[in-house]
Design a protein around this ligand. Structure first.
Ligand code: G3I
Length: 346
């Protein structure tokens, strides 16, 4: 009896290795606590307001949030000089009440610009000098409004094309490539503590885009431009191979002294859904988390919507869907369980 008790006492006294957590996490918030990675979701503000089950799950599971649309230019300034902050404020207020950090998305993009701006540029009523001051005012006004409330801003979004050339947006064609440095400088001035990110899709695997983005960041750093992070959107699909080199790509960006983040993860599939497809999807989600965990500079993994009830995918890819962690009725899918099961090396 005695040796048994001694053996038991010894087992109990042996400290667990740092990565072995006593219990598997109960939900994503606890997973975030245990791994030290912020786990976030994009938020549909209409759903946040109108659907109590959506709100409840969002606030239970996520410790980081991004407005899916509410902070984009067309949302916050639909008419020139008329600012509509209500939706963005709702997100930021809800985040504060629920101990969630916020990613601001996005200050400079070629999409979802208000019509007054694109029309004015197209018909020449807004000249280049005026456009530059409009951009400066937009960044300054928005970043100042949420000063101290945004952990990280996607300052520039999708500025590199798939072939590695710079994106032909109204910003590049009318202001020249210097608009990127300007945007970061204006953002830093407006909130010195927010982390300033460049964000893009297919940056997980597309070599020309990766090389151009790395070169762009080095060039910005050489000019003393304040840039703190690189965001990998991570819009994946199970019909394509998982980007197996992603962790190495993250390490290359981290090597420039940047924080890296997975900012818009989702994994779509051709419908109909089958158990096999859900199992593959689960592997993609867990590999993305594993990749982030394997890179010291990766501090955030955000999904682009957490429920298939509100996902951008079916509206954009015909015949595809089921891209999120939870289904339309907010029931967890295998992908959700696969995240909870990821073993953290941290
Ligand atoms: O606001 C109008 C509403 O007034 C109107 O009734 C409705 C009718 O269709 O459209 C609404 O606008 C839609 C908007 O989302 C808000 O719901 C647009 O049609 C729709 O095109 C827009 O799509 C968004 C898309 O960005 C636009 O580029 C998606 O919800 C949003 O998930 C998606 O997010 C982007 C990231 O910002 C950047 N990375 C890629 C990602 C996926 O495309």
């Amino acid at each position: 009896m005695k040796p048994l008790i001694i053996a038991l006492a010894l087992i109990l006294a042996t400290p667990l290795p740092a990565y072995a957590h006593p219990r598997p996490p109960r939900d994503l918030r606890q997973l975030a606590q245990q791994t030290g990675i912020k786990i976030g979701s994009a938020v549909d503000i209409a759903a946040l307001r109108a659907e109590s089950d959506y709100r409840k799950v969002l606030n239970r599971e996520f410790s980081h949030v991004t407005a899916e649309n509410a902070m984009k230019w067309e949302s916050v300034e639909p008419q020139r000089g008329t600012f509509t902050w209500a939706d963005a404020d709702t997100l930021v207020d809800n985040a504060r009440r629920n101990h969630q950090q916020v990613r601001g998305h996005t200050l400079v993009w070629h999409n979802q610009l208000p019509a007054w701006l694109t029309t004015g540029v197209a018909d020449g009523t807004i000249g280049n000098a005026e456009l530059r001051s409009i951009l400066r005012d937009h960044i300054t006004t928005q970043v100042r409004r949420y000063k101290g409330k945004i952990r990280a801003w996607d300052v520039v979004n999708e500025v590199v094309e798939e072939d590695g050339t710079m994106r032909q947006s109204i910003w590049l064609t009318h202001l020249g490539p210097g608009y990127i440095a300007d945007a970061f400088r204006w953002a830093r001035r407006a909130d010195p503590h927010a982390k300033l990110f460049i964000n893009d899709y297919n940056l997980e695997w597309n070599a020309p885009k990766i090389e151009t983005t790395l070169a762009l960041i080095k060039d910005l750093q050489a000019q003393g431009v304040p840039i703190d992070g690189a965001g990998f959107q991570g819009h994946l699909g199970i019909q394509y191979d998982y980007p197996g080199d992603w962790a190495n790509v993250m390490r290359r960006f981290a090597g420039l002294g940047l924080e890296v983040a997975v900012t818009e993860l989702d994994v779509r599939m051709e419908l109909p859904v089958t158990p096999e497809k859900l199992a593959t999807q689960a592997q993609y989600y867990s590999r993305a988390l594993t990749d982030c965990l394997s890179v010291k500079a990766c501090h955030e993994l955000t999904v682009w919507g957490y429920t298939d009830r509100h996902s951008w995918v079916p509206g954009w890819f015909e015949g595809q869907g089921s891209a999120c962690l939870l289904d339309e009725s907010l029931a967890p899918k295998p992908a959700y369980q696969s995240l909870l099961a990821v073993k953290s090396p941290r």
